[in-house]
Each structure stands twice: as C-alpha cells, then as structure tokens.
Write a protein that binds this ligand. Structure first.
Ligand code: ZN
Length: 216
C-alpha cells in the first residue's frame, strides 16, 4: 500500500540528508521521483543537505496544486514512482491534502520532510496537516543536541545571538550571519523555556554576578 509518511524533527536532525538518501536509493533501483521543496538553503529549485549533497527539485509556489503538477507530468508521458517533499513545514495545508490525494488516487508513495514546530514552539500549519493526515509519522533518530548536551527538541530564533519569541513564523535565515541578523539554534525544552542560547550561556558563565546553571 502506498503511504504518506511524515519524517519530522528539529532543524539539524538530518531530514534533508535522509531525503537525499531515499532519492539516491530509489533512483539507483530505476525508480523515478518527483522532488518538491521550498526555500531550501541552496536556493530555488534545489534540495540540499548540510553535508554538502544537492539535487534538483521543483520549487513550490504559493497556491500551486501539487496533485495537478504530478498528474500533468504523468499526462505528458512522465513517470512518477514516488514523491519527496522537503521543507514541508513551508507548504500550505491545502498542499498537504494534495499530497495525500497523490497517495490515494495515484498509488504513489509520498515522503514529506519537515520541521514540526516553529521558534515559538507552535506547529507550522503544513506540519500540523501532515500530523493529521500522514499514514506514519517518523521522528528522525539522528538527534540534534542542545549546547548543554541534552537532546534538542525545540527550534529557537536568535537576533544577534539573543533568543526572540515574537516575529513572523517564516523568516528564512542566511547561513552566514552578522551580529544583528536572524539565526536559528536548536535547544532542549528546558533551555528553550529559559531562552538560554549557547551565546547567552557563555555570557552567563563569564559573568561573576550570575550563579552557574544547575540542572533542575
Ligand atoms: Zn539544553
């Protein structure tokens, strides 16, 4: 039975690396995939991983019908044996419904990869719809670590190294960032709740006025 599978996790948990691995394994067996992505760090129409691998992909636009895109490809004689949707948290709920329809009406496996929650620890709409519709939700096992060494389960947004909890849900950060630019950091829930990033933890450790952080 074809499935809609949601591979979820924090940033830095290896989602795109796994997406590229699935793509490699299946294309090596002669299968043809359609790869959707949105706002990948490598630029438009790319699926890339932090480990440096990259492949071409279809850049999803606002309001684009993903089901229609697959049907159109098939009607032109193309093959689609499986679909990969990376950065699925950036897709609209309707587009997740369209991916479910690809599974049900076209008998094609769909593998969606996405961050579950945003920097305020709220579900992205696309991820919420995936949790609601997916046949399976897989929490990725390559664990990202907080600066304290605990398992990182939450995404923090930083401005100049200081964690912020207000702002637009989607601001795509640049990997190369200067002092006041937006960055992202993965944290454990404890340090996300305390808004303690690696930079603020370092600053606190250097200050004689602040008691050392103790695990509670
Ligand atoms: Zn921590």
């Amino acid at each position: 039975m074809p499935e809609l599978v949601f591979f979820s996790g924090t940033m830095d948990c290896g989602k795109s690396t796994l997406a590229l691995q699935i793509e490699h394994n299946r294309s090596a067996r002669g299968l043809a995939g359609m790869i959707f992505t949105r706002d990948d760090r490598a630029g438009e129409g790319k699926l890339s991983s932090r480990l440096g691998l990259v492949t071409d992909a279809v850049e999803v636009a606002d309001g684009q019908d993903l089901y229609a895109h697959v049907v159109d490809h098939l009607s032109r004689g193309g093959r689609v044996d499986y679909v990969i949707a990376d950065e699925a948290q950036f897709l609209a709920p309707d587009q997740i419904d369209q991916l479910a329809r690809v599974v049900d009406d076209l008998d094609v496996d769909v593998y969606a990869f996405g961050i579950t929650t945003d920097f305020r620890s709220k579900l992205f709409p696309g991820s919420q719809r995936l949790v609601e519709l997916a046949d399976r939700v897989e929490v990725l096992q390559v664990e990202a670590l907080c600066w304290c060494g605990a398992r990182a389960t939450h995404n923090a947004r930083t401005v100049g190294g200081v964690m912020v909890v207000e702002g637009a849900q989607v601001v795509v950060g640049d990997v190369a960032r200067s002092a006041d630019e937006i960055g992202y950091e993965v944290l454990c829930r404890r340090h996300h709740r305390r808004r303690m990033t690696s930079a603020s933890a370092r600053a606190a450790a250097l200050s004689p006025d602040v008691l050392p952080v103790t695990a509670t």
